[in-house]
Design a protein. Structure first.
Length: 569
């Protein structure tokens, strides 16, 4: 019997030979048997009590809809939403810049890093009287006066950052610390959250529904399902794609670890494909090659698997591209190849809400997408995330899974499947709704900050700001990252910036070299050279919608100073 990855509709066809060994919970099989198809499964999802309903669109291409809401005819593209004319308006747009001077005069009390660090610091943002030089002087004068602030929050888990934190300690001895990020919270945000508190209706309810409705409307998605985090959104999408023991999911090694962790939660195996060094997103042609190799078991396909999983008996279930640093990955042809192979496309759009590629929003190309609302993101709910999908069956599954597996609208508290508590609460949803209603303003403010940084840093030797995405793609700004030339000692630069009260992070250390992944899967340096080069060179600088020109200039002056002090040329 010959199986292909798109032969999913049948029952579980796994036949693991008696002498198969099991490592890491994965049945291992010998290559000959596997390539003959005897040890492969063609559908495990249908046997899983969490499996998706039968009307899932990827199982039945005919059920996908065109723009008129009719079933697709041959060769017709599925429903996609076109980006609006202008996602990003001009910097001088009064709606955006109008209240900036007023904000500058205001004292803002922020956490040292968007609420995550041990110690909160008061940021006093003076518009008058303190030029960059004065702030730098004051920062230097204050060294030693205010103790230190150790770096690091939950999303900062690169070995270099840990070394820095535990053995060398970034020291912020200044009166003020410019945090890596700080959300823009306005009166309407407070008002909606207060409304929820006054209502005493705190668990997921009408605010969450309204938030979902407005996000779905803006992005032209049939369904938006709010959840408790971007990671939860990715996890549920992985389940909907039918990923189970030792199934393969193609993804990028250069991302926040959550995008690969979601695959592991379902005991799947991440198959990393290196990135395009320009955009830092998964390389489209290499992805298509890998996808076809794995889907068709072309010669050498096992070489794509992580070393310790080369005998695994799974099938390719999905491709999970990550739209990184607000830059959409180019996945147009990847989506077509995935459709041909009958596998799902899950977009990680946690860092790229509002970005678009060829008139389509990030998160609207695939079968489902995860949005993330952590406080460093373009809009925030505190903790929170959302799934976008056009598939009725997937949306139903997501709603059930986020609520302990409860049947939809079940009055009798019936639970159809094993689920989770991934619900979003009403306070978070209210904040998200208020933020989402001014997303254009927030994106514009971020763009203004990024443009100012780029103008100042483009002239600095050894520093390359993130490039504009290639034609047809529009970035929205998440963190502001720069690439340092190999001759520059990045750790020393970070330490130097910390003494000026500037928080930075070496985002991202590639996932395959994270200790857990390297140990579990046998990855070594050299496996994904472009991701590793980016991992060594990239540095994220403070990025917040309300970062003042003075602060940006202060950071750029300090970067210039530190880079020239720590370059070996
Ligand atoms: C690329 C990417 N994927 C997934 C996530 C996970 O989102 P969350 O932190 O909301 O779980 C993040 C968030 O930080 C991210 O940057």
């Amino acid at each position: 019997m010959s199986l292909s990855a798109n032969g999913r509709a049948g029952r579980d066809m796994r036949e693991v030979s008696d002498d198969a060994v099991v490592i890491d919970g994965c049945p291992r099989v010998d290559d000959d048997a596997a390539s003959g198809g005897h040890t492969r499964r063609n559908d495990r999802a249908s046997a899983d009590d969490r499996s998706l309903p039968n009307d899932c669109a990827w199982r039945d291409a005919g059920s996908r809809m065109n723009r008129r809401g009719e079933p697709l005819s041959g060769g017709e593209q599925p429903l996609r939403h076109c980006a609006p004319r202008a996602i990003v308006a001009q910097r001088d747009d009064h709606r955006v810049m109008g209240d900036v001077p007023e904000r500058r005069n205001r004292s803002e009390h922020v956490d040292a890093e968007h609420g995550g660090s041990e110690k909160a610091w008061r940021i006093v943002d003076e518009s008058n009287g303190h030029c960059v030089g004065a702030r730098l002087m004051r920062a230097l004068q204050n060294v030693g006066d205010h103790g230190s602030l150790s770096s690091g929050t939950d999303d900062d888990d690169s070995p270099p950052a840990r070394n820095t934190r535990f053995s060398r300690h970034l020291r912020y001895r200044t009166a003020t610390v410019i945090p890596l990020s700080s959300p823009d919270i306005d009166e309407e945000d407070f008002r909606l959250v207060n409304d929820v508190l006054r209502s005493r209706y705190l668990a997921s309810g009408p605010m969450a529904e309204q938030f979902e409705k407005e996000v779905a409307g803006r992005f032209g998605a049939r369904h938006a399902v709010a959840v408790s985090s971007g990671t939860a959104a990715l996890h549920l999408a992985i389940i909907a794609a039918g990923v189970s023991d030792c199934d393969f999911v193609i993804t990028s090694p250069y991302s926040f670890v959550a995008s690969a962790n979601a695959i592991l939660y379902e005991r799947g195996i991440p198959v990393f494909v290196d990135i395009d060094p320009e955009t830092l997103t998964i390389h489209p042609q290499k992805t298509i090659e890998a996808l076809r190799d794995l889907a068709q078991w072309r010669s050498g396909w096992r070489g794509l698997l992580p070393r310790s999983a080369r005998n695994a008996s799974g099938v390719l279930r999905a491709v999970l591209p990550v739209h990184l640093f607000g830059c959409p990955a180019d996945i147009r042809e990847v989506v077509d190849a995935a459709r041909e192979a009958g596998i799902a496309v899950i977009e990680d759009a946690c860092e790229a809400i509002g970005a678009s590629s060829h008139g389509v929003y990030a998160g609207r190309w695939g079968d489902a997408a995860a949005l993330g609302f952590y406080p460093n993101k373009q809009i925030t709910t505190g903790e929170g995330g959302m799934l976008l999908t056009d598939h009725e069956g997937w949306a139903e599954l997501f709603r059930s899974l986020r609520n302990q597996g409860r049947s939809h609208d079940s009055e009798r508290l019936e639970y159809d499947r094993l689920g989770f508590n991934y619900r979003i609460d009403e306070m978070s949803a209210a904040l998200g709704l208020a933020q989402f209603r001014r997303i254009d303003e927030l994106l514009l403010k971020r763009k203004a900050v990024a443009d100012r940084y780029t103008a100042l840093l483009s002239r600095v030797d050894g520093v390359t700001p993130l490039l504009d995405p290639p034609a047809g793609r529009t970035r929205t700004w998440f963190l502001y990252a720069i690439r340092l030339a190999p001759e520059i000692d990045r750790d020393a630069v970070m330490r130097g910036l910390a003494t000026h009260g500037i928080m930075t992070r070496p985002y991202f250390w590639p996932i395959h070299l994270q200790p857990y992944y390297a140990k579990r899967f046998g990855f070594v340096e050299g496996d994904f050279p472009a991701a590793e080069a980016a991992g060594r060179a990239m540095l994220s600088l403070p990025m917040s919608p309300n970062l003042s020109d003075d602060e940006i200039e202060f950071v750029c002056a300090a970067v210039t100073e530190q880079v020239s002090a720590h370059a070996a040329w």
